[in-house]
Design a protein around this ligand. Structure first.
Ligand SMILES: *[C@@H]1O[C@H](CO)[C@@H](O)[C@H](O)[C@H]1NC(C)=O
Ligand SMILES: *[C@@H]1O[C@H](CO)[C@@H](O)[C@H](O)[C@H]1NC(C)=O
Ligand SMILES: *[C@@H]1O[C@H](CO)[C@@H](O)[C@H](O)[C@H]1NC(C)=O
Ligand SMILES: *[C@@H]1O[C@H](CO)[C@@H](O)[C@H](O)[C@H]1NC(C)=O
Ligand SMILES: *[C@@H]1O[C@H](CO)[C@@H](O)[C@H](O)[C@H]1NC(C)=O
Ligand SMILES: *[C@@H]1O[C@H](CO)[C@@H](O)[C@H](O)[C@H]1NC(C)=O
Ligand SMILES: [Mg+2]
Length: 640
């Protein structure tokens, strides 16, 4: 009994000591200044179980003394998670955990996104459905600069430059892949402080490459008194104020001197065996070229533009025959870029043949067609080939039996689509556009998103047609085509009025199409109820908090929930904001559409200001990275 009491008393004291320790340490410097948060768009999670488990596991690993880096993964679940976290080496364990907790809560704001990343001054956290541990650097990772200029800019600049260049040389050679260092500014009693750190998983080489890029980026911050560069596998920071304790600095001098005797020996060897070496090199070169030729089958598609599949060349006479000499019965429609005909090629293979409405093509017509031929996405119409030998330029495209969305919204087949189908169509269009804008190797702005350019396949899945056609026109005709390109009512105001074209013009047109899909009404019709155009009407209904009045009467009320419809309308209104910068990118739209976390909230819980959506993507490269990531492989837990 007494024994047990004794242990209890000891525990209480220990607890109090621990609390004192905790509070003093936490207030010291958890460095939770958030530098970057981004959410990945690739899929969403339906379950948070494995995510929560990895959060806990990483936290457990970091809570060990002298552990600053941890990874954990759940690869066997249907929704795999790879997670990585790292604290700066100058942080105490308590500060590290405090920073990690802030990072965790920041990534939780990504909701159901499948991946997220938060970078703070003191630590970073990232998780993703695919393995990314070895990624060192990715384009788009930039510098984060302070806003105060140093008092003696030139001297400050010289010192920072020297210090950071020393860190860039030394850090990858040091076991911890971490350096903290400071340097006196010449002729003053002030100092600058800097750190560089790599994730151990990128290894020496990745660290070297990543810090070179970071060094280049962070230089853009000078002459400001502080700056940071963050990349996938490394971090660099400088400041005129100390942000780590003096006893944490690393002595890097020995890593800075080149090993000159070794170098000389290498040079001697190289010169001596130069003849032999060049012969070997030549042989390797020849062998490489030959095997490359052999192993690259013609037509196989790769991500790079110089390895794109060539478009198939159709003969003019074949296409003429396939469309019965372009007879009117075979005409499917007429768009901004020309007439489209149905064609039968090779016994029952149906295609669509588009006559381009231009007399001459761009000189590099074929290379532009090649770019479009290699667009492969389930929500984009395939370009099968082309023909430029006859009097017109012809494009051969995938044929869609169900025709365009226009027919289903307010044409002969109005009322056929139920709510789920409409929602899927909205999602599909967003996916197709996000691909064109952000995931294909060149950015393609559609310019003419409207229901006539959305075709439906047999399962009513949408496929966007007519993208990238402006690329095929000669420069002097692009003015004409920009005028032709947009369709009245769908064109963003800045594009229609000033010709300012950006991905956000497509976002606007998308928003209008969404309103049409929800309401079953044309955006250019003046509505009987309010004597307004659709967009104006929708904004009014939303402001008066009766957005449901917008919904198509043809829809069965049992098919949809009020919250879902309201959310879709909010997204459409967000997309159609007149200020370009306030519109989301299409990848952000995808996250909003996929976010099911709001489904259980009462509608009043949603912020009235539709801009207050709880999603931030400030790093487009991250989005790309999670998609191009290599195939996931099993690994065991690592910690250091
Ligand atoms: C995961 O953790 C968050 C925050 O701690 C919690 O809100 C959520 O309910 C957890 N989910 C599951 C499935 O445990
Ligand atoms: C970490 O170090 C502190 C102080 O040195 C000690 O009290 C604590 O028990 C250690 N924790 C672990 C998990 O080793
Ligand atoms: C500088 O940045 C701080 C916060 O980082 C901000 O509060 C301050 O207003 C900025 N000053 C200027 C001149 O932009
Ligand atoms: C960088 O390293 C060199 C070589 O040790 C040293 O002479 C120089 O002072 C260092 N620069 C700074 C700014 O610390
Ligand atoms: C640095 O020098 C300035 C003037 O030369 C002086 O006012 C200041 O107190 C000095 N600071 C320190 C920390 O020595
Ligand atoms: C630096 O000093 C602090 C306290 O002054 C101490 O807690 C810490 O362990 C020291 N760090 C190193 C690397 O010696
Ligand atoms: Mg069209």
């Amino acid at each position: 009994m007494a024994r047990r009491w004794f242990f209890g008393w000891q525990a209480v004291v220990a607890f109090f000591l621990y609390m004192i320790f905790l509070t003093t340490q936490v207030t010291s410097q958890p460095q939770t200044n958030l530098l970057l948060r981004s959410c990945s768009l690739q899929n969403t999670r339906s379950s948070f179980r494995s995510l929560n488990e990895t959060f806990r596991e990483v936290r457990r690993l970091l809570s060990n003394n002298n552990t600053y880096f941890a990874t954990s993964e759940k690869t066997r679940s249907s929704e795999p998670v790879y997670m990585m976290a790292q604290c700066r080496l100058y942080m105490s364990t308590v500060d590290c955990l405090a920073c990690y907790d802030v990072a965790t809560s920041n990534t939780r704001a990504c909701g159901a996104a499948s991946g997220a990343r938060a970078v703070l001054d003191g630590c970073f956290l990232r998780y993703d459905p695919t393995r990314f541990y070895e990624d060192a650097t990715q384009p788009g990772n930039v510098a984060y600069c302070g806003n105060h200029t140093a008092t003696k800019p030139t001297r400050f600049q010289t010192t920072v430059n020297g210090l950071l260049s020393n860190l860039t040389i030394a850090t990858h050679k040091i076991n911890d892949l971490f350096v903290a260092s400071s340097s006196n500014i010449h002729g003053s009693n002030r100092s600058v402080y800097a750190i560089a750190q790599c994730a151990p998983t990128v290894a020496q080489n990745g660290c070297k490459v990543c810090l070179k890029v970071a060094y280049f980026n962070i230089m853009s911050c000078l002459p400001f008194v502080d700056g940071r560069a963050l990349d996938t596998g490394c971090f660099m920071r400088y400041s005129n104020k100390p942000f780590f304790r003096k006893n944490e600095t690393t002595n890097i001098e020995s890593y800075l001197v080149e090993d000159s005797s070794k170098k000389r020996a290498i040079i001697g060897g190289v010169v001596g065996s130069l003849g032999l070496l060049s012969m070997i090199l030549l042989a390797i070169l020849l062998w490489c070229c030959r095997s490359k030729k052999r192993s690259t089958p013609r037509g196989k598609s790769f991500g790079r533009s110089d390895q794109l599949q060539d478009p198939f060349k159709y003969s003019y006479s074949d296409l003429k025959k396939a469309t019965k000499n372009f007879c009117n019965d075979y005409k499917l429609g007429e768009g901004g870029y020309g007439e489209v005909y149905k064609g039968n090629i090779n016994l029952g293979n149906t295609v669509a043949v588009k006559k381009l409405l231009v007399s001459s093509a761009k000189e590099d017509f074929e290379s532009e067609v090649r770019v479009l031929t290699n667009v492969h996405h389930r929500n984009l119409i395939r370009l099968l080939g082309c023909c430029n030998e006859g009097p017109e330029l012809l494009l051969v495209l995938e044929y869609m039996e169900n025709g365009s969305l226009e027919k289903f919204l307010y044409g002969e087949r109005k009322g056929i689509l139920n709510w789920k189908q409409r929602r899927d169509i909205i999602l599909g269009i967003a996916k197709g556009l996000a691909y064109l804008h952000e995931q294909y190797h060149v950015t393609i702005i559609h310019r003419d998103i409207n229901p006539r350019n959305i075709l439906l396949d047999n399962d009513f899945q949408p496929k966007i047609a007519d993208f990238g056609l402006a690329r095929l026109l000669p420069e002097d005709q692009t003015h004409i085509s920009t005028r032709v390109a947009g369709t009245f009512g769908y064109t963003a105001p800045e594009y229609a009025i000033h010709g300012q074209l950006s991905e956000k013009s497509d976002t606007y047109s998308f928003g209008i199409v969404v309103l049409e899909i929800v309401s079953g009404k044309r955006c250019t019709d003046v509505l009987d109820v309010s004597h307004q155009y659709l967009l104006e009407h929708a904004r009014n209904m939303y402001e008066n908090r009766i957005p449901l009045n917008l919904i198509d009467e043809e829809l069965d009320q049992s098919e949809y929930t009020e919250q879902d419809v309201q959310k879709i309308i909010e997204i459409a209104l967000l997309c159609t904001r007149s200020t370009v910068s306030e519109r989301p990118t299409m990848s952000e739209v995808l996250i909003l559409l996929n976010d099911r976390s709001g489904d259980h909230r009462p509608p009043t819980r949603l912020p009235f200001n539709v801009l207050n959506f709880n999603v931030h993507i400030d790093d487009p490269s991250y989005v790309a990275s999670s998609i191009t990531n290599a195939v996931a492989s099993m690994t065991e837990l690592t910690a250091r």
